[in-house]
Write a protein that binds this ligand. Sequence first.
Ligand code: NOJ
Ligand code: NOJ
Length: 447
Amino acid sequence: MRQGRIAIRIFVSCCVVLLCLAGRAVSSAPQLSVADWLHTEAELSMTKLQRAISPVGSAPGVVIASPQRQAPDYYKHWVRDAALTMDTLFDSALYSNSTQYQDKVDSLMNQYALFSRQNQLVSTSAGLGEPVFEVNGDVFRGPWGRPQNDGPAIRAIALGKWALSLLARGGRVYVQTYLYAAEIPAKRVVKADMEYVAHHWQDSSFDLWEEVRGEHFFTLMMQRKALLIGAVLAEKMSDVGAATYYREQAQNIFVRLNSFWDGNRNHLVATINWREGVNYKGSGLDVAVLLGLLYGEVDGAFSLKDPRSLKTFDKLKSVFSKIYPINQKNPTLAPALGRYPEDRYSGSDFNGGNPWVLSTLAAAEYCYKLAGSLSQSKQPTLRAHARVAMSMGDSFVERVKFHVNDDGSLSEQIDRQTGFMTSARDLTWNYAAILRTWWAREKVRLH
Ligand code: NOJ
Ligand code: NOJ
């Protein structure tokens, strides 16, 4: 508890320094407020996100990572990106009160569920951990980091949440036929993913950046969340033994996750038990941890207020502020964050890593969620900290707003020298990240 307070205090004092700097430059430019810009950008993101689903000429249910077809070619269905996108689309229906929109989301989720089941049935070397499919449903067979075991977990989260929502709306027959039935071998998409996750979380796999085989904080957080959702679904589908088994495995994963705290370095590391792949990630600092905390949030375990999370966040913020010229050129804004400090991938080559939009938005989402939770406190000091966290979140959003294309579109990366958008254009994941960030900000009630 005391440690938590100290960590929050450190977080706040770092924010205050940055915000004092930020005040000067930002106020001079006539521009939309953060809230207005984020709202406008969220509307654009809804359109862009839907455009990425089942694009003309592709199999229904495909979600392209980006419309860009070369350097880099992202015109493919990445299991991870697709699942994060569809999970966000599902959430968007919860926030909408238009039944027409909710019907549309159900129909897109249905296409995605059917396509995902086809993906599972294609015979591949990586089993359900196969990371990428072509837009006609063939498996992508180029050399790649396989398996990536976060994929089936996130797919199970998106479709598992949808299954629960269908059950609550009287859709048991559909769920039983297409999503989840208590049978082994599993023949429905969610059950198959849950079984895969429950039996394979101990296997090493490639990380979300597709570069390192080992055990990963992000992957385990997503696997744990999937199994906890799976347990609830299993109970409702009279799959009692499975519910118990999924809960047990989720608990085992929780224990494993504690090994990612590195007491010497004082932060959570992204990977343990490195086996192969990129070997120049000396710091262990990685936005993958932040994404694991945010996207893997389910029952308060590894909360954003946990001192381990706060320390990791602070370190990420400070390490990235030092390495990218655009951050030094404009220190008035919160720093743009990359994937990890040692990154070399620039989209088409390995000339040096850049800041990423989705990483910078994750920092904003983290601050807003922290603000939301601190603002509930009975203690005036913590409520004051909530205001600081909120402003910090705004400063990260200002950073993205500063580099966005004139038409509001967002590419994967921000050139570290020029500040212009670079690498894959219209990265679908970015639009999901905008929506998550906007929702997180909308929920904050400062007192
Ligand atoms: C493409 C991947 O998407 C990217 O994350 C990675 O850095 C490069 N391949 C190299 O493996
Ligand atoms: C490279 C990123 O590292 C990976 O996380 C992502 O899945 C692919 N690009 C596609 O967007």
